[in-house]
Design a protein around this ligand. Structure first.
Ligand code: ARG
Length: 272
């Protein structure tokens, strides 16, 4: 009997030690930003960083006389804010400034059609993938019959948004073209319209959106598929609770077919 007691006492003390170390483990985590969800809830708002030059994912649209940022990514952000019971605040900035904004705490989350590339993973954490994409080449309508392969762009100028996977892909696959990086996709498109460059590389849905809005532009048959393909939500490193929550929300949106609905809605908004 007494030996059973001894064993019991031993089991109790071992579990106490475990419980204590588990607790202290949690405390350590808390000092490095765990509890981000709590912070967001307490502040009453989720601050989203995005680059609103990217229809159908995020773009400006006048609704009832008011300029608003809308799109597929924005719907995802709204779903996260709603789930946390907070308001959504949107900060529109250049794409190549988004990760720094996360790391300096200017924004809580980045949703901007962003691919979780190996390089970016060194700086921030990412959710699961919520969308997969292909890159397309857009040209002025008059040159669509002349530009059919990447070879046709040798020695020519090609514009891309700075700091994106398009810039990386263009540099890699068009070594003999002159690649010009600009901060905003709207400027990339202007550069093409003004004949400053011969082509631009954009993600296909985005390319389609700009071609729709600019009949003087056309989509070529050229497509590039990046290796680490797909869009994910970015958060500051260590905000594990926010990643877990975001993944839960993304999964339920995907399961309910909401993601496809958001894409369709955003496309409709663009055409209006
Ligand atoms: N998917 C590309 C990347 O991750 C481009 C995203 C650009 N997004 C934007 N909102 N302008 O680099």
């Amino acid at each position: 009997m007494s030996s059973i007691r001894r064993i019991l006492a031993l089991v109790v003390s071992i579990s106490l030690v475990f419980a204590l170390t588990a607790c202290s483990g949690k405390k350590d985590g808390a000092s490095s930003d765990a509890g981000k969800l709590e912070q967001i809830k307490q502040s009453g708002k989720l601050v989203l960083g995005t680059s609103a030059d990217y229809p159908p994912f995020e773009f400006h649209k006048e609704i009832n006389g008011k300029d608003e940022i809308v799109g597929f990514d924005i719907e995802i952000a709204k779903a996260i804010a709603a789930e946390l019971g907070v308001e959504l605040e949107i900060k529109d900035m250049k794409f190549d400034g988004l990760l720094a904004a996360l790391n300096t705490g200017k924004v809580d989350i980045v949703i901007a059609g962003m691919n979780p590339t190996e390089d970016r993973k060194k700086a921030v954490d990412f959710s699961d993938i919520y969308y997969r994409e292909v890159q397309s080449v857009v040209v002025r309508a008059e040159s669509v019959d002349l530009i059919k392969t990447l070879d046709d762009l040798k020695g020519k100028k090609v514009a891309v948004q700075k700091g994106t996977t398009m810039e990386a892909m263009a540099q890699q696959h068009m070594p003999e073209s002159e690649i010009k990086g600009l901060g905003r996709v709207t400027d990339v498109v202007l550069e093409l319209k003004n004949s400053k460059v011969e082509a631009v590389v954009m993600e296909k849905p985005v390319a389609k959106a700009y071609v729709l809005a600019n009949p003087e532009l056309k989509l070529t048959e050229i497509e590039l598929s990046p290796e680490d393909t797909g869009f994910a939500v970015a958060v500051k490193k260590g905000n594990e609770d926010l990643v877990t929550k975001t993944n839960e929300i993304l999964k339920s949106l995907i399961d309910q077919g909401k993601i496809d609905e958001f894409v369709a809605d955003a496309n409709k908004l663009m055409e209006e």
